[in-house]
Design a protein. Structure first.
Length: 251
C-alpha cells in the first residue's frame, strides 16, 4: 500500500490514518481505499476534466458567466488583501507581452491571416470603439483635430502638392492600409496613412543601417503628438477643423 501512496505522491503516516479514523466511523483501510480511488480518479482524469471544462466554458454562456463572476470576486478579494497585487499583475503582464512581442511583430508584418485575426479581435471590442468615439467627440488629447486631419489628407486629391516640414505622408494603395511599425510608440499596426521622417538622427541611422534609416515611419497619432503645429502642412498652420473655415487648394 505504501508503494501505491508513493505513486500518487502521498506518505502513509500513522498520524494521518489516526486522524481519518477519529473523524469518521469508517475503518482505516476502507478510508484509505476510498481515498486512493478518489485520488486516482482525480489525477488520472485531470487532463480530460480540464478539456471538458474548457469546452463547456466555450459553449455554455451560463457556465462562462459563473466562472467569470468567480474570477472577478477572487480578484476583488486579492486586491483588498494584497496591496502589491495590482502592481505585480501589471509587471507580470508586461513581461508576458515583452516575451511574445518579437514573434507578434514578425507574424503581423508577414502573415495576412494573422493580421486579419488581430483586426477581427480589435473590431469586436465594442468598448474600444465606444471609448474612441467619446474621446473624439470631446476632443480629448486633440483626437478630434487629429482625426479630421487624417481624413482631410486621405480625401484631398491635391495632397501631393502639400509640404510638411519634418515628414512626408505615405498613403497606402491598399484600401485596408499597409502594415508597419511606428518608430515613436513602437506599435505595429495597419494604417492608411504613415508618416516618413525626412531627417533621422545620427544615432538612429547608425543603429538601423543606411537603407532602413530611409524608412523611419511614425503613425499618425505619434506624428501629431510630436508638434501639432508642424502636423499641419506649410501654409495651413493654425487651422482649426470644425471651425467652419474651408481649406482651399494651393495655387
Ligand atoms: Zn506611434
Amino acid at each position: 500500500m505504501s508503494s501505491i501512496l508513493a505513486k500518487i505522491g502521498l506518505t502513509a503516516s500513522a498520524t494521518s490514518f489516526g486522524f481519518s479514523q477519529c473523524r469518521s466511523s469508517i475503518a482505516s483501510h476502507q478510508s484509505l481505499v476510498r481515498f486512493f480511488h478518489s485520488s486516482q480518479f482525480w489525477y488520472g482524469d485531470n487532463a480530460a476534466n480540464n478539456a471538458k471544462n474548457r469546452e463547456r466554458y466555450a459553449n455554455d454562456p451560463e457556465y462562462r458567466n459563473r466562472m467569470l463572476q468567480k474570477q472577478r470576486e477572487w480578484t476583488r478579494e486579492r486586491r483588498a488583501k494584497d496591496t502589491d497585487f495590482v502592481a505585480n499583475r501589471r509587471q507580470s503582464n508586461l513581461r508576458w507581452i515583452a516575451k511574445k512581442r518579437p514573434a507578434h511583430i514578425q507574424n503581423y508584418i508577414n502573415d495576412p491571416e494573422y493580421r486579419k485575426s488581430q483586426k477581427h479581435n480589435r473590431r469586436n471590442s465594442e468598448a474600444v470603439v465606444q471609448r474612441a468615439d467619446l474621446k473624439r467627440k470631446a476632443n480629448i488629447n486633440n483626437s478630434y483635430q487629429k482625426n479630421a486631419l487624417l481624413h482631410w489628407i486621405l480625401k484631398a486629391t491635391w495632397q501631393c502638392r502639400l509640404f510638411w516640414e519634418t515628414h512626408e505622408p505615405l498613403i497606402s494603395e491598399e484600401p485596408d492600409g499597409t502594415p508597419g511599425i511606428c518608430s515613436s510608440c513602437n506599435g505595429v499596426s495597419t494604417q492608411r496613412l504613415w508618416w516618413r521622417r525626412k531627417k533621422v538622427d545620427e544615432k538612429s541611422a547608425e543603429k538601423m543601417g543606411d537603407e532602413s534609416s530611409k524608412q523611419v515611419l511614425d503613425c499618425h497619432n505619434c506624428f501629431c503628438d510630436m508638434d501639432w503645429e508642424k502636423a499641419l502642412p506649410l501654409g495651413y498652420r493654425g487651422h482649426v477643423f470644425g471651425s467652419g473655415k474651408r481649406l482651399r487648394e494651393p495655387d
